[in-house]
Design a binder for this molecule. Structure first.
Ligand code: NFS
Length: 661
């Protein structure tokens, strides 16, 4: 029998083989053993009341079955999807709430270990919020920004603040369909109410609610989190680092930060560099302290500090299987509960840090932003103390790849024109000229039900070959990074001729690492800026842009898909459809949404089809915009891009370099 490939990541696959030899179970084994329930997987199972669970299996295609209450399969699958969007929006937004309260505590001097790091970004956000900033103390502005954004969670009437960052035409569509979110918490509560037994039964109405609650995530929670994280810890600009399991060091204390919320991880980055801590590690026989990241916390500290990443979701157990991890500290989301048992098979200490996210068998050190440094020190010391317990077993892997990460909206603007001429003009021009065919957001999870990370890799290489610029986030970035794809060399070797020229001129990779999962909000502001720049679509819809989540598994991915679709971006998910049971729901999410919002949400298990659908969307958008037909290697006229060194010289001559935007 042919060997089943479990991960397309070669280093991961080696560790999986080692785990099989040593009879240690991972998610890959469990995924094989635990087949998805076909009724639930297609959206046809309703378990929201205790007359059920009702499984709506039709005996024949003509027969219409309903639940005990009379709910149809369309009501049930729409309701299930809405609940997923609610949970995803709640996760991103609760993370954002913590960030907003951290900013407030820092501004009021209560979180003494934190301070505003990026004053320019603070002013930029204050400007958007109509908060006066000139001549005022930074902390006063920061407090006002925090308070204004905190209002977005509890507001009962009105509109969330950042809605106004969208193009006018996009906002008009939302108004017409009544999906402008009022406050994050209100939309979450209302959507949960609608999905309670006996409330909203209209699939279209339920799905509009999914769009509304998800817009509260994208233009609310996620965008708030991105902006506040930039304000507190700095707006990312490209940094070099490394990815994959070879980032762990045999002779140093290896500490991993895993999860999503960056404030504790930021403090740990600081603490591992304290001379006393390094001395302490040396006193225990280690040469130093090596910090690595996992999942989206990894993306946060990678793009701001160049902390190397061990990868995304399906790599988390495998990191422990290296036997080299002395401690893994987790905050919230995407943390496998299996880590607790697995870490006991090695010497690894699993440390939970949020009262919201505990795991039986893990050690708990409660994080509190008011005592951040003290807690970070306790965690780092725990890792150091555990170094001496390290044994030799484990699948030690040395593979690692260079990565360039940290492409924020602001940097992308800067790289196209420098500090004094920052704009999106060159990108729009390159698209108009056909040098860049279109833009794809490659996002979402990686998943043990596929050869994990393989779909990300396949789509990334095929798309750049077709001159499609990729912006990646979350585990999409991790899958590309651990394959060595996040380098400028990738453009030279694999990109189509037009994209290669653009990448060479600016000195960027063809896949731009935009950050963590909440940073999908950067995609929203980037496409809005492209719309504003002119020459393409005057709204987000109609742009030659597509979102893909090929290996999604999390409810957050559904929320992201919904807010992108509502904003005007067609989105394609891999794997089987969670609404497959209802043709009506599928029709609404594809055709009806496209008609209303120019976005859509598809589920397509065949990767080749995902690719062709993506290119088709892009080419149809180009045609509708009357842009020249894309032909590889044939371009129209466009402005010449100044390369980075010329630009730096010009800027140096103009004024000392003060920042990136
Ligand atoms: Ni987002 Fe998926 Fe999790 Fe981050 Fe990764 S699994 S939806 S990318 S780590 S949230």
């Amino acid at each position: 029998m042919d060997k089943v490939i479990k991960s397309a990541n070669e280093a991961a696959e080696k560790i999986i083989e080692w785990s099989e030899e040593h009879k240690i179970e991972t998610c890959f084994d469990r995924a094989q053993r635990m087949k998805p329930c076909p009724i639930g997987a297609s959206g046809a199972c309703c378990k929201i009341c205790h007359m059920g669970p009702c499984r709506l299996v039709r005996a024949s295609s003509e027969e219409e079955t309903t639940g005990v209450c009379g709910a149809t399969v369309s009501t049930i699958s729409a309701r299930n999807l809405l609940r997923m969007a609610v949970a995803g929006s709640a996760a991103h937004s609760d993370h954002a709430r913590d960030m907003a309260f951290t900013l407030l505590a820092a501004a009021e001097g209560e979180a003494k270990d934190f301070a505003v790091k990026d004053v320019r970004k603070l002013y930029r956000v204050a400007g958007i919020l109509n908060i006066e900033f000139e001549g005022r103390p930074v902390n006063d502005v920061a407090r006002d920004v925090a308070l204004k954004l905190i209002e977005d969670f509890g507001r009962q009437k009105g509109e969330i603040n950042f809605i106004k960052r969208a193009p006018k035409k996009t906002i008009e569509r939302w108004k017409k369909w009544g999906i402008i979110p009022r406050g994050v918490d209100r939309e979450i509560a209302e959507a949960m109410h609608r999905t309670h037994m006996g409330v909203d039964h209209d699939p279209d109405n339920l799905l509009l609610s999914a769009l509304k609650v998800s817009l509260a995530d994208g233009w609310g929670g996620s965008m708030i989190s991105t902006d506040i994280t930039d304000i507190l810890f700095g707006t990312p600009a490209p940094v070099r680092s490394e990815a994959s399991f070879g980032i762990f060091k045999e002779d140093e204390v290896n500490l991993v930060v895993h999860g999503h919320e960056p404030s504790l991880a930021e403090m740990i980055v600081d603490v591992v560099n304290e001379p006393e801590m390094i001395e302490y590690a040396k006193s225990k026989g280690a040469k130093g302290i090596n910090l690595g990241g996992m999942c989206c916390t990894a993306n946060e500290v990678l793009m701001r500090h160049g902390i190397p990443t061990a990868g995304g979701f399906t790599n988390q157990e495998l990191a422990i299987l290296t036997g080299l991890v002395d401690a893994i500290t987790v905050d919230v989301q995407c943390i496998m509960p299996s880590l607790a048992e697995l870490s006991k098979k090695f010497h690894t200490k699993l440390i939970t840090t949020s009262y919201k996210a505990k795991t039986p068998g893990a050690m708990h050190i409660q994080y509190d932003e008011h005592r951040a440094r003290e807690i970070a020190r306790e965690i780092v010391r725990t890792a150091i103390d555990n170094f001496q317990n390290r044994k030799t077993e484990g699948s030690h892997i040395s593979d690692k790849f260079p990565v360039i990460a940290g492409f924020s909206h602001e940097y992308i603007e800067y790289m196209q024109g420098g500090r004094w001429r920052a704009s999106f003009r060159p990108l729009n021009d390159a698209i108009i000229a056909g040098r860049i065919r279109g833009v794809v957001g490659l996002a979402g999870c990686d998943n043990p039900r596929f050869p994990s990370q393989g779909l990300h890799r396949f789509l990334a290489t095929e798309l750049i070959k077709s001159d499609v610029l990729i912006v990646s986030t979350g585990c999409g970035s991790a899958a590309c990074g651990t394959a060595g794809y996040l380098t400028p060399e990738m453009a030279l070797e694999h990109a189509g001729p037009g994209l290669r020229e653009v990448c060479e001129a600016i000195g960027i990779p063809p896949i731009l690492h935009l950050g963590a999962c909440v940073d999908n909000s950067r995609i929203l502001t980037i496409v809005s800026a492209m719309a504003e720049e002119g020459g393409l679509s005057d709204e987000i819809g109609g742009m030659p842009a597509v979102g893909i989540a090929p290996e999604w598994m999390s409810e957050k991915a559904i929320a992201i898909g919904c807010y992108l679709a509502a904003s005007g971006v067609p989105v394609i998910f891999g794997g089987d459809s969670p609404v497959e049971a209802s043709q009506e729901v599928t029709h609404i999410m594809t055709e009806v949404w496209f008609e209303r919002f120019r976005g859509a949400m598809h589920f397509e298990p065949d990767p080749e089809k995902i690719l062709s659908m993506t290119l088709d969307y892009i080419d149809r958008a180009r045609e509708a915009l009357k842009l020249r037909k894309y032909e590889p290697g044939k371009f129209g006229a466009e402005r010449v891009l100044m390369d980075m060194s010329t630009r730096r010289e010009l800027e140096k001559a103009a004024k000392p370099h003060l920042g990136i935007y």
